[in-house]
Design a protein around this ligand. Structure first.
Ligand SMILES: *[C@@H]1O[C@H](CO)[C@@H](O)[C@H](O)[C@H]1NC(C)=O
Ligand SMILES: *[C@@H]1O[C@H](CO)[C@@H](O)[C@H](O)[C@H]1NC(C)=O
Length: 312
């Protein structure tokens, strides 16, 4: 049996414990302060990600000469406004197409791209409006070499970047005939259907038909419509060979689909546990496009960012 500690030792131990306890208490204010400072500091840091050395685009793409390749591009977007105020998603999208139309029009005009803004009548009323992008792309696919789908809650924030540069950065060459067909980005949830490129080809036609036929994924009455989940499901079930031949996922989400960073429990959690995903996708000055994915007050974000980049 161990001897009991002498009284004085015990007393010293108690004292030490007591002091220790005080040290912990003293740490609380700076820790709390740090906790409150992390979100705003992160926001400042993230907005400077590119000047801190992040590279969204391959170096070659930034320096390549695109003269000689004259492919036909069209940006395609669609209003969500016909089904006014059915869910949170519809509500927050209201007025977004108008708010971002000028920005998209100016960008398309600058580079000579087509711009197809589908009217509310183009929305299939039997599904949430987000699904109608599949129909819209299917209908326009034969008219251009590449279609660039834009959700209404997106803005071009760096119009100097051409779509040809984006594709070159992902594909590594500019030969249309040997290019993959679907160019996507990936966020913390997987591939994102808000901004992506699709190439004119038989494979793409079939892909869009298959996507549209994933009717069991259609969801009503929540913030999700199911089209993105269906896309993820299809991508997850492609064979490695088909994936390799037809689909590319950009290494950096910020190549054409950056999300603004807003301090919420979810985003702080994500920043701590998935720092690399956050870093690759967070919106920084100089990025090509911003996407207000999952954010409320999309109108507010739109006018703030438009003001920042100096557009009326
Ligand atoms: C969008 O703009 C058009 C014409 O500029 C206007 O007729 C329409 O009412 C606007 N819609 C919204 C929701 O602001
Ligand atoms: C999609 O569904 C329609 C109707 O059921 C069918 O005719 C068509 O073959 C399907 N397409 C593909 C690519 O699965």
């Amino acid at each position: 049996m161990a001897a009991r500690p002498r009284r004085s030792t015990h007393h010293r131990a108690l004292l030490r414990h007591h002091n220790h306890h005080h040290h912990h208490l003293l740490l609380i204010p700076p820790l709390l302060l740090l906790l409150f400072l992390i979100p705003p500091l992160s926001a400042i840091l993230f907005r400077r990600a590119n000047s801190l050395g992040r590279r969204c685009m391959s170096l070659a793409a930034g320096h390549t000469s695109l003269a000689g390749y004259r492919l036909s591009f069209s940006i395609v977007t669609l209003s969500d406004e016909s089904s006014s105020g059915r869910g949170v998603r519809e509500r927050s999208f209201r007025g977004m197409l108008n708010a971002t139309a000028g920005n998209r029009r100016a960008y398309a005009a600058l580079h000579g791209y087509g711009l197809a803004v589908l009217p509310p009548q183009a929305v299939d009323p039997s599904r949430p409006p987000a699904w109608s992008k599949v129909l819209a792309l299917r209908a326009l696919l034969h008219r251009h070499h590449w279609l660039f789908w834009n959700d209404a809650d997106t803005l071009v924030t760096n119009p100097d970047i051409a779509l040809e540069m984006i594709l070159f950065s992902v594909i590594g060459h500019s030969d249309f005939h040997t290019s993959p067909d679907l160019i996507l980005t990936e966020d913390a949830n997987g591939v994102n259907a808000g901004l992506f490129f699709i190439r004119r080809s038989k494979w793409s036609e079939r892909f869009l038909d298959i996507w549209w036929n994933h009717t069991s994924f259609v969801q009503f009455g929540s913030t999700k419509s199911g089209d993105n989940t269906a896309l993820k499901h299809i991508i997850d079930h492609l064979s490695p060979e088909e994936m390799q031949a037809h689909v590319r996922i950009a290494k950096m989400q910020c190549l054409f689909n950056s999300y603004p960073w807003k301090a919420t429990w979810k985003s702080v959690h994500r920043m701590i546990f998935h720092p690399s995903t956050t870093w690759k996708g967070v919106y920084s000055d100089g990025d090509f496009m911003v996407h207000f994915a999952g954010l409320d007050d999309k109108r507010g974000w739109t006018s703030r960012i438009l003001k920042e980049i100096g557009t009326p």
